[in-house]
Ligand binder design. Structure first.
Ligand SMILES: *Cc1c(COP(=O)(O)O)cnc(C)c1O
Length: 424
C-alpha cells in the first residue's frame, strides 16, 4: 500500500498515502527477525472463557455459518442492551439503538463516515489510537488532537486546550476511556467538563470503551460519558468483545446510541462489511450475560501482569507511568541514557531482546514527549518474566540516572525536557 509510484497507470488514492507502513510494522518485523520478545503490539496472549470457545465450535458445526442480520443477531443486541443497563443504568432498545459491527474498528470507521462531511473536524486526545486519524482521513475530515498533559506519573485533561481546539467546523469529539495507549481512566470531573463542552457546542460524541472491563485501580471505575446529563442523545458508545474475552481475532463489536445516530452508523456499516461473525455473535450473546464474573478474573491476571512489568521497568532503571487500565505501561526511557523513544525502540531488540513501541507514534499533534515508550503486559506471564529479566541490562546503562529519576513523582512533567538531566 505504501508504494504509490505509478505502475501501468496505477497510483494509490491520496487518502491512503502514508497509511501502509508504520512503526508498528517496523517493530513487529524487528521482533520477528531478531526473535525478541514482542511487548510492542497489544495482541493478548491470555485465555478466553472455555464455554465461549465451545459455544462457537458448536455453532459452527451446527451450520450457523451464513450472513447474520446486518444489524446483528437479536440475542446479542439484547445482551448488549442488558449489559449497558446493568452496568451504566443506560436504556437502549435492542431494536434500533444497538448495532453489531465487525469489531470496534468498523464501528469507529462507520461512525466517523456517518457523522462527518469533508472539511469537518474531529477532536480527539493525544496520544490516541491509530485508527482515529485514519478514519478522519477516509471521511475527508480533519483530526484535531488535544494533548493530554503529563501530570506526575499520569495523564490529565487540559480543558482549556480542549476549548481552544474547537472551531466552527468541529462536529465530533472522539473520546477513548479507558484510554489506549496511556491506561488512563478519565475521572468523573474530567468527563463532566468534556460533557459541558460537548453540550455547549452541540458536538456529537463517539466514545471508544473497548477496555471498559479492564480497570485495575480501586477507585478508578469506568464511567461512560453517555450516562451524564444531556449526553445520551448525542453519544454513540462503541465497545467490542475482543479485549474483554481475549478474542481479538473474532472482530465482534457494537454501537449503542439514540436511533437516528445508530441508523446513520448502520447506513455506512452495511456497505463496509454488511455483517460478519455469525457463530461468534451467537456465542457472545451468552457470554456477555455473565461477563462480570469472567472480567473479574481477567482483571486479576492483568493487574498482576501490570505490576510485574511496572516493577521490572523500574528495576531496569526506567520510569514507568501509572496504568490504571488496559494493556499498556508507558515508561520514560531517559534514565537509561536515551532521549528519543524511537531510537530506544530500534536498539532495544539487539540490546535486550525486547520490542516496545515509541509512544510518539500515537501522537497526531506536534510536541509529543519523545522519551515515552509503550510496553504491553497482555502477554503470558512467563514471557513478561523473561522480558523484565532481559530489560535488566538497561540498569547497568542507567547508573547515575536511575537513582534520581527513579524516585516516584520527582520528575517535572511540564514538558519533554522536564527530566532530561538523566540523559548523560
Ligand atoms: C483494540 C482497540 C480497538 C479495536 O477493537 P476491535 O474490536 O478489535 O476492532 C479500538 N479502540 C481501541 C482503543 C483499541 O485498543
Amino acid at each position: 500500500m505504501e508504494d504509490t509510484r505509478e505502475a501501468a497507470g496505477w497510483r494509490a488514492a491520496g487518502r491512503v498515502h502514508g497509511m501502509g507502513t508504520s512503526i508498528f510494522t517496523e517493530m513487529t518485523e524487528l521482533a520477528r527477525s531478531t526473535g525478541a520478545l514482542n511487548l510492542g503490539q497489544g495482541v493478548p496472549e491470555l485465555a478466553s472463557p472455555p464455554e465461549l470457545l465451545q459455544d462457537v465450535a458448536d455453532a459452527v458445526l451446527a451450520g450457523h455459518n451464513q450472513y447474520p442480520p446486518a444489524v446483528g443477531f437479536p440475542a446479542l443486541r439484547e445482551a448488549v442492551a442488558a449489559h449497558q443497563l446493568r452496568r451504566y443504568g443506560l436504556t437502549y432498545d435492542p431494536v434500533g439503538e444497538v448495532l453489531v459491527t465487525t469489531g470496534a474498528t468498523e464501528a469507529l470507521a462507520a461512525a466517523v463516515l456517518a457523522f462527518c462531511d469533508p472539511g469537518d473536524e474531529i477532536i480527539a486526545f493525544d496520544p490516541c489510537y491509530d485508527a482515529y486519524a485514519a478514519d478522519a482521513r477516509l471521511a475527508g475530515a480533519r483530526l484535531v488532537a488535544v494533548p493530554l498533559t503529563l501530570d506526575g506519573d499520569t495523564f490529565a485533561l487540559d480543558a482549556d486546550a480542549l476549548r481552544a481546539a474547537l472551531s466552527p467546523r468541529t462536529r465530533v469529539l472522539l473520546l477513548n476511556t479507558p484510554h489506549n495507549p496511556t491506561g488512563k481512566v478519565f475521572t468523573p470531573a474530567e468527563l463532566a467538563e468534556i460533557a459541558d463542552i460537548c453540550r455547549e457546542h452541540a458536538l456529537t460524541v463517539i466514545t471508544d470503551e473497548v477496555y471498559e472491563h479492564l480497570v485495575y485501580q480501586d477507585g478508578a471505575r469506568h464511567l461512560t460519558i453517555a450516562a451524564l446529563p444531556g449526553m445520551r442523545e448525542r453519544t454513540v458508545v462503541v465497545s467490542s468483545a475482543g479485549k474483554t474475552f481475549n478474542t481479538t481475532g473474532w472482530k465482534v463489536g457494537w454501537v449503542c446510541g439514540p436511533a437516528p445516530l445508530v441508523s446513520a452508523v448502520g447506513a455506512a456499516k452495511q456497505f463496509l462489511t454488511y455483517a460478519s461473525g455469525t457463530p461468534y455473535q451467537e456465542a457472545l450473546a451468552r457470554a456477555l450475560g455473565s461477563v462480570e464474573k469472567w472480567a473479574e478474573e481477567l482483571r486479576g491476571t492483568l493487574r498482576d501482569h501490570r505490576d510485574l512489568l511496572s516493577a521490572g521497568l523500574e528495576r531496569a532503571g526506567l520510569r514507568p507511568f501509572r496504568a490504571d487500565a488496559g494493556y499498556f505501561v508507558q515508561a520514560d526511557v531517559r534514565p537509561s541514557g536515551y532521549a528519543d523513544g524511537v531510537e530506544f525502540c530500534r536498539e532495544l531488540p539487539a540490546l535486550a531482546g525486547v520490542v516496545a513501541i515509541p509512544t510518539s507514534a500515537f501522537y497526531v499533534s506536534e510536541g509529543a514527549p519523545r522519551w515515552l515508550v509503550r510496553f504491553s503486559f497482555c502477554k503470558r506471564r512467563d514471557v513478561l518474566e523473561e522480558a523484565v529479566e532481559r530489560l535488566m541490562v538497561l540498569a547497568t546503562r542507567a547508573e547515575g540516572g536511575a537513582g534520581s529519576a527513579g524516585s516516584a513523582g520527582s520528575v517535572d512533567a511540564a514538558g519533554p525536557v522536564g527530566a532530561a538531566g538523566s540523559k548523560g
